[in-house]
Design a protein around this ligand. Structure first.
Ligand code: 173
Length: 317
């Protein structure tokens, strides 16, 4: 044996080529340590644990590293290798991404019924990224205001928006202004906006409760915050490295269920912080939700009717 090994070395054959450890640079669109960055931070920790010697993620930072509405471009071009970002921040690259927050099922359902693969294909074709994971299931969006609201009428209200709330706000007569999360507090403080759209989670994290008087119920849609990997980088990874990422993605998605409990905790904290809940009578609430869903799908249909009908079937299944 010894002689054989020595002979192999002598002619330059080494036992097996050992692939070098890969490192991905990761950025989140949300402030570090806050609600919508936390699942990504847990994912990074898991990859760095289970991927030792194979793949590691260097967590570069949040909106201070890359502006949130630029993060889609950054991961698409490869300036960033992996991003934690919602489709509402990259409508320029994937206009039909608006469909994602109209889902009424879970990412586990979507993996099972083929929707995940369709969404992945759209991301690969249109923005050169691998759609690795979806977080945010079970979390709904709300409108929050600094002034009381009467019925389904927000005329005279200027409301901070992203593509998630735009159609609904227009239906309600509000004036939407697109604002990055990092600018919302100051805009409220200055009275430049009378409210904003945001999920049920995260208000206290961001300190916005200090500037918020009302939350409008019911919530609508479902949050999507996605892990996207630059496609060239993804294709160049070893099978082993991709397996580490896929495993950690499934692990992260399994934890989406915790949101059901956290939603309740957050609503209780908002009440304690003095945020009053505005509710509608049953009929008005039903109209509000229907308006939101219809206006949401109308936008996706207007962009691409085929994609809209494909996704509508599997996101509501
Ligand atoms: O309101 C927003 O900025 C937004 O669209 C969003 C989407 C997902 C999670 C948090 C916020």
């Amino acid at each position: 044996m010894k002689t054989l090994a020595a002979a192999a070395c002598a002619i330059g054959i080494v036992a097996a080529p050992v692939a070098a450890e890969e490192t991905l640079r990761g950025v989140t669109a949300f402030a570090q340590g806050t609600t919508f960055s936390r699942p990504f931070e847990a994912f990074v920790e898991r990859v760095n644990e289970t991927g030792k010697g194979v793949i590691q993620i260097e967590y570069v930072g949040g909106p201070e590293a890359v502006p949130p509405f630029e993060l889609g471009n950054a991961v698409s071009s490869g300036v960033v290798d992996i991003a934690n970002v919602t489709s509402a921040f990259y409508p320029n690259l994937l206009p039909t991404g608006d469909a994602l927050h109209l889902a009424t099922n879970t990412v586990q359902d979507q993996r099972e019924n083929g929707c995940f693969d369709k969404i992945d294909a759209l991301h690969q074709e249109q923005m050169n990224v691998k759609f690795l994971a979806r977080t945010g299931d079970h979390i709904q969006f709300h409108l929050y205001t600094t002034k009381p609201v009467e019925g389904l009428d927000l005329s005279g209200f200027t409301i901070r928006t992203t593509p998630v709330y735009r159609a609904l706000l227009e239906e309600l007569g509000a004036t939407p202004v697109r604002t990055a999360p990092g600018e919302v507090y100051t805009a409220l403080e200055r009275g430049a906006i009378d409210g904003y759209g945001w999920p049920v989670q995260g208000i206290l994290d961001l300190g916005w409760d200090e500037q918020t008087k009302y939350r409008i119920d019911p919530g609508f849609f479902q949050v999507d915050v996605n892990f996207l990997v630059n496609l060239d980088r993804w294709n160049d990874l070893s099978d082993e490295a991709r397996a580490v990422l896929e495993e950690a993605a499934l692990w992260t998605e399994a934890r989406n269920e915790d949101n059901i409990r956290v939603n309740e905790e957050e609503a209780a904290k908002q009440l304690e912080a003095g945020i009053e809940v505005i509710t509608f009578d049953e009929q008005t609430a039903a109209n509000y939700l229907e308006t939101a869903q219809n206006a949401g799908w109308a936008i996706v249909e207007g962009i691409d009717a085929q994609i809209a009908s494909d996704l509508r079937a599997c996101l509501n299944d």
